[in-house]
Design a protein around this ligand. Structure first.
Ligand code: F3S
Length: 290
């Protein structure tokens, strides 16, 4: 049996940084967070054990508060400051660069269009910067409803599938005037999607490791499933059904940007006795690559 690990997989740069900084902060004190640090139950449980507490509507006062890698809505940040919290802002630098451009083009009288999921915290945070005046689209049908505008600035949720962004932005471009299209899909996302796609094409089964709540892991699954019908989506080694997977002799492994290295290693170890010695070296090498 041949097992191949995707060239790029696991924690992206932004998530790795958020995880490292949160762990450091939690070693000193209890911290508060609005939602999950990343969409992965294994990481969430680990951080909760270290003392990370969630808040929802009641914004904390005089506490240490973490802002997640996919950012937070402007009004929540303002309330956190007003309540004299110590803010540990772990918004990914890639998103901070996108925020600057949203504000710049909005101030230049461009209508902002975000290609993404309306209810995703990253998209909400982007839209909050301009008082929710952006148009958010996620389908070609919705894109066709954007018609007759002059001056549009079109960007993407960072975890989008490139083909989808191209299809939607092409429609918007042909129905409106002065359209600036900026592909803001994160390089880390693209690399994970490209390597998953390449691997899924040349193997006869694929294992995608990630949480069902993770947008980027779901997209990796979607990409692999399109070209490889024998694609299995698991959250951890416990969910790996060896009776199904062992039917195949050429298996690929990939993992979402929110999947921690220890879970990837756990899955890889489980299959280690079925593969060559160099396999674990391959795993370690790939999960340290951004
Ligand atoms: Fe940042 Fe890209 Fe990860 S935007 S959080 S490096 S997927």
């Amino acid at each position: 049996m041949k097992i191949t690990i995707a060239e790029n997989l696991g924690f992206c740069f932004g998530v790795q940084n958020a995880f490292n900084e949160s762990t450091k902060a939690l070693q000193k004190d209890v911290c508060y967070i609005n939602g999950d640090l990343v969409h992965n139950e294994n990481v969430v449980n680990y951080l909760e054990k270290l003392g990370l507490k969630k808040y929802e509507t009641n914004i904390p006062r005089n506490k240490k508060v973490i802002i997640r890698s996919h950012g937070v809505c402007k009004e929540i940040k303002e309330k956190l400051i007003a309540n004299q919290n110590e803010i540990i802002d772990l918004t990914c630098p890639c998103l901070k660069a996108i925020y600057k451009n949203i504000i710049k083009w909005y101030n230049n009288n461009y209508k902002i269009v975000i290609v993404g999921n309306k209810s995703h915290p990253e998209v909400k945070a982007m839209n909050s910067l301009i008082d929710y005046k952006a148009i958010v689209v996620s389908t070609t049908k919705e894109a066709n409803e954007i018609f007759g505008y002059n001056n549009l600035y079109v960007i993407s949720q960072t975890t989008n599938i490139l083909e989808k962004f191209i299809d939607i932005s092409d429609i918007i471009n042909s129905n409106n005037k002065n359209v600036i299209i900026e592909n803001t899909i994160c390089a880390a996302t693209r690399k994970r999607q490209d390597s998953a796609y390449e691997l899924a094409k040349r193997t006869n089964a694929m294992i995608v490791i990630g949480s069902k709540t993770s947008a980027n892991s779901n997209k990796l699954f979607e990409i692999c499933k399109k070209v490889n019908n024998n694609t299995f989506f698991i959250n951890s080694a416990k969910e790996l059904d060896l009776s199904k997977i062992l039917k195949y002799n050429n298996i690929g492994i990939t993992a979402g940007a929110s999947t921690p290295s220890w879970i990837i290693e756990e899955v890889a170890s489980l299959m280690e006795n079925l593969s060559k010695d160099e396999f674990m070296e391959q795993v370690e090498d790939s999960i340290t690559r951004v």
